[in-house]
Design a protein around this ligand. Structure first.
Ligand code: ZN
Length: 252
């Protein structure tokens, strides 16, 4: 499995039989093998996670489908603005929170589960080829102290609840598919704007869910904060992928 960091929270994951592209809105896509289907995911509608230009990928890569969070509105009055034709619409699956979508891609079963974000939209847990891949979107422990104590208390409760849901989704998926209850690649926000609280969400997640490789994202290009996280969380240090620039590829 090959994971390419595109930019911000955008990642391309190359599985044996297909590609999954997450939250692509800027940066360069590497050349894609036209024989492999492409599944484009968007965790929510914010402009740093979803750009309607992704629908143009169908022109370059005909075997493309879209799995989008429910808050990305594709009602008739929005479709024209977004450039979504009837034909493109037929390739779109819209997912609500806490839902499960089972499909087939390149002859293999793919299961997608969603968990409600603490921001907008969803986080995705994918299972295929005996592997689990997680992309958190903007699901994070957003400990914005300036928002006040009540906000922070609610955020803590909501984030812990979301992690409980991820734990359950991993457990259920492992039971259904027979794979190990371990996420092979987890893409998780690590946002320097939170100051000293930047690592709370990632640390809490890895305390509760087994993860093999952790890909920090939503860093606003401040990649040196990855090493700060590794120093402050030595038990995670070996799992954390040290991204240093857009476009880097990692074999896992
Ligand atoms: Zn964001």
């Amino acid at each position: 499995m090959k994971v390419t960091f595109i930019a911000h929270s955008g990642f391309l994951v190359e599985w044996d039989g297909f590609y999954t592209l997450f939250d692509f809105w800027k940066g360069e896509l590497p050349p894609l093998d036209p024989a492999k289907p492409l599944l484009v995911f968007a965790s929510h509608s914010h402009e740093d996670h979803f750009d309607p230009r992704v629908f143009k990928l169908c022109a370059q890569h005909p075997d493309t489908r879209f799995i989008l969070s429910h808050d990305i509105r594709l009602a008739a009055r929005h479709r024209e603005k977004l450039g979504v034709t009837e034909e493109i619409l037929s390739r779109v699956t819209s997912m609500r929170i806490d839902s499960l979508y089972a499909t087939e891609v390149a002859g293999e079963a793919l299961t997608v589960r969603t968990v409600q974000s603490t921001d907008v939209g969803v986080a995705f847990l994918l299972s295929a080829e005996g592997r689990l891949v997680y992309h958190g979107g903007d699901l994070n422990w957003w400990h914005w102290e300036e928002e006040g104590r009540l906000y922070c208390t609610n955020m803590a409760a909501n984030y812990r609840h979301a992690v409980d849901k991820i734990v359950a989704a991993v457990r259920d998926e492992a039971a259904d598919s027979g794979c190990a209850p371990v996420i092979d690649a987890a893409m998780v926000p690590l946002d320097p704007r939170l100051g000293d609280a930047f690592g709370m969400g990632m640390a809490y997640l890895t305390e509760h869910v087994a993860v093999r490789r952790l890909f920090p994202m939503h860093l606003w290009e401040k990649y040196d904060w990855i090493d700060r996280y590794r120093r402050e969380h030595p038990t995670d240090a070996d799992k954390v992928v040290r991204i240093t620039a857009d476009g880097e590829t990692f074999d896992i």
